[in-house]
Design a protein around this ligand. Sequence first.
Ligand code: NDP
Length: 394
Amino acid sequence: MLDLLKSEFTRRTILHKAGFGLIALSTFGVAGTIFKPNRTLAQAGPAPAKEPSMPPEKKLGWAVVGLGKFATEQIIPSFGECKRSKLVALVSGDRAKAEGIAQQYGVNSKNIYNYQNYDTIRNNPEVDVIYIILPNGLHAEYSVRGAQAGKHIMCEKPMAITVEECQAMIDAAKKGDRKLMIAYRAQYEPYNLAAIKLAQSGKLGKLKAITSDHGRNLDPKDPADRWRAQKKLAGGGSLYDIGIYSLQAARYITGEEPQEISAMMYSTPGDPRFREVEENVNFVLRFPSGVLANCTSSYGYADTKRIQVFGSDAALELDPATDYYQHRLIIKRKNSNEEQNIQEKNQFALEMDHLSESIMANKQPKTPGEEGLQDVRLMQLIYQAARTGKTIKV
Ligand code: NDP
């Protein structure tokens, strides 16, 4: 999990103790470019040209399936920062939109597909990898069809709606000898990798507890939030969409799997957004080491993406923890707060290149289908614990 964070931390301690309230800054010596956020498609502009001094490197060809908000605002612009991955094809139900994006990013219009002729992508040797960025309820179908077309698959989180769908995706990839990776970007993002390293190296002492809070206020006016309120397309409510980051954090910070789960769920009565999916889920996980993780997930509270880790000697706070950029990591001791200043990188480019490199080296990616299946299995158990009011043994 930590092999991306190769260099040791080199520290540049700047300030310390201001009447017990000073903040210290230190730098993790991680080589790489500073990540410039991609906010909107219009602002993002065309992918930056390759630097002339860069040695020619092999890049795999990627097709993006579903040209929605996340694909157009974050993923497609990030190909410009990839070393091993290039955008070569688009799959969309909206031909005009796809034509515009193809023109902007230099994709040949002969490589634009729709959902009906998608399977003919098998005949396109330019496409090595298919990236599924569709509503959750469509992940399984398009991943399986993609693997059957002989392509490697990157699939957005949550992997699918049911455990059975996840297993079908894994089976299809195995049958075709294709790689399947779930796009858990936080596991490639430098601040999260640093937090994992701090927590697992004993620098905080013995780990005792984790809290992780992920929520936002679902906006029915936003087209990207409309399908999120429909159970068939979303699979679940806040837990499937954003609470999954709290679950992931507890698992990757400890490096363990939970043994017990308890949970409580609540949706505001009469709120039309929550007719089919839940608003809030709070859940507690107990890990074999004794760490208790207290997690919240909400479609009702304002944007929050926070992870806190409490050890016997120190605590760390990552806030925002799982945003697209501008993360913040602070180590808290009795009389001091030490801010870690880590070089930001484009986490989307890192995760896409990770899959391309895994394919080239014929290695299992760090977040394979099995990782996505485990989260879906655990989320189902969280719902079960909330529904029954009983603590579930995993
Ligand atoms: P959007 O609604 O913005 O995009 C989904 C796209 O899927 C649509 O624009 C459309 O593209 C296509 N689509 C095909 N069938 C349907 C359908 N029946 N209803 C709606 N759209 C359809 O959603 P997001 O981009 O926000 O989310 C897409 C996926 O990405 C989800 O799985 C989500 O969980 C994940 N995601 C991950 C994030 C991360 O940080 N890792 C952040 C945000 C989302 P077209 O018009 O081209 O056919």
